[in-house]
Design a protein around this ligand. Sequence first.
Ligand SMILES: Cc1cc2nc3c(=O)[nH]c(=O)nc-3n(C[C@H](O)[C@H](O)[C@H](O)COP(=O)(O)OP(=O)(O)OC[C@H]3O[C@@H](n4cnc5c(N)ncnc54)[C@H](O)[C@@H]3O)c2cc1C
Length: 642
Amino acid sequence: MSNIDTTGMSEGKKAALELTESSREGYLDYPTFAGALFMGELPMDLISPFPEAASDRDQRGREFLKKLEAFLKEHADPDQIDRDGEIPDEVIDGLAALGAFGIKIPREYGGLGLSQQIYSRAAVLIGSYCGNISALLSAHQSIGVPQPLILFGTEEQKSRFLPRVAGGEISAFALTEASVGSDPARMATTAEPTEDGKHFILNGEKLWCTNGTRAGLLVVMAKTPSKVVKGKKRHQVTAFVVDTHTPGIEVTHRCRFMGLRALYNAVIRFKDVKVPVENIIGAEGGGLRVALTTLNTGRITLPAMCIGLSKRTLETAKEWANEREQWGAPIGRHGAIADKIARIASTTFAIESMTYLTSALVDRKKTDIRVEAAMSKMFGTEAAWNIVDQGMQILGGRGYETAKSLQARGDKPYVIERALRDARINRIFEGSTEIMQLFIAREALDPHLRVAGKVMDTRVPMSKRLRAAMGAGWFYLKWYPKQWLPAFPKTRGMDPELSGHVRYAARTTKKLARKLFHQMLKYGPKLEREQMLLARFVDIGTELFAQTASATRAQALIDQGRDRAEVLALVDHFCAESRLRIEAAFRGVTKNNDRMGYRLAQDFLKGGSEWLLDGMVDTTRQRQPAEPVRTEPVLELEKVSG
Ligand SMILES: Cc1cc2nc3c(=O)[nH]c(=O)nc-3n(C[C@H](O)[C@H](O)[C@H](O)COP(=O)(O)OP(=O)(O)OC[C@H]3O[C@@H](n4cnc5c(N)ncnc54)[C@H](O)[C@@H]3O)c2cc1C
């Protein structure tokens, strides 16, 4: 049974919660750095010294990155890809020949067998150049067939499928449906077992499946018959590898977006598709665990791509701020522009530190990286969107003009307009910012739920709750006073300036733990409903992770001979800004407009203040769902897959 009391919740919420909670069960109990912050701990041994970059010692990895860069420069034109909405076949074939479709797939299955760190570096490289190629490769190997099979596949499945995908057969991940966005409990795609027990019959429709129009293999999530577990009916979601050449699969629409215009994104219909039982990934009913575990590491690719985007923005902003003179000086000398450049530079350093640290922890395999990955994804994608937006501001009108138009009138073809369009989706897919906040909050509260969850759980008999209350009382009697004691984090061998940042983080984790505990006492189990309040705690924890990751990486860079003053300038600026955000978040815990805003929103949603919408052209009719209009021929997978 989960530690969360679901009594009194709506059926929909209960189903969503029980399904996601069941997928947490059995998760390996490794230590967590970022999760510990919420309990007032700063386990520096887990992240310091900053893990040596694999790219520095991995000769094969370095060579691959070099070849990848040379290939991209020579063969891929990102602006052309954006304009055409297509990635040329030669580019896809060339990337496959380089091994870019199987970077982490072990060599015995035809992949390059490189580390997560090299994979992240490749994502930085490609992210700095072409969002469409990034999305193609990332959907294929971060969430498509390779990652879940590496994690959960049987030997037979690995030998059957991994060589295909490592060689360039494109794969995709199909979870989302029209009613399933962030809530998999609403899944309508079904997989019913055949009478002989040898197959499942798949029926349903998947939405927004990236790579779906070109994929040869899909990971499909489907509802299998419910099971009774410990006397309770439990929804089952199962993950299948599905060969798109199987009869009954049809791509009914290629979706087009604001950015990532060459995304091969599909609506896929499954009609009586016969899938062998041997194609189940993990256990029957374990699909959500497969999906969530895959995403735990898979989502690190997004902040890595965001590092690339941020670096490109920084380079462009630097060039323009030096070159462009207005009001008697280069614009970079004006305070408002200099401030933006400083923020872009120091935040890029922080995203890089968080993402490289998390990638190294994945390679080490001794840490539970779920919270670190979620924080890197949330912070990195939010920050990169801001960075590109600020980059556009620095470039002024040229930032808003397309590269082609700039070039046509003899100007430099800056890429900020495309970068901004491409960057926006990162805050939505692979766990939206709001869902990452809920996920991190759940993990932040987990130690408390383990200790005190039963006390407040009305489903548990009173005798057990009383016993649990005594245990919890004893725990908090020891734990709580510790949160007021001074902190002495391990900073031996660290530059005094950097140890100052670590000491601040250690002090602040205690304050974070105390304040969170106070809110638990105030709200009890209802704290879970206080999304805005919890989001502040999540943001504080994330800032502290960003600060400590930046400080330990800065130390590693100084040790490697980088200019101390330059490195410190970046970290000091980031930490100073981050402290201001933390202070504001702490203030917001006790003084905020959350209730007022919630009431206003609910009133408005129920029809209040309708007059605010007066004065617009009435588009009510246009906004109604219409009969599908096919603007392009329906694609059939047989025709387009390779
Ligand atoms: C370009 C693109 C590519 C994609 N690629 C894939 C793919 O390859 N495979 C795949 O399976 N899916 C894919 N998706 C789907 C993507 O993962 C979903 O869009 C995402 O999960 C969010 O679902 P939704 O859009 O239905 O939003 P919803 O879940 O409807 O959410 C709408 C808004 O409400 C917020 N929200 C939802 N629940 C809560 C809550 N409990 N508390 C607070 N806020 C909440 C969300 O954060 C969001 O802001 C893709 C989508 C796009 C646009």
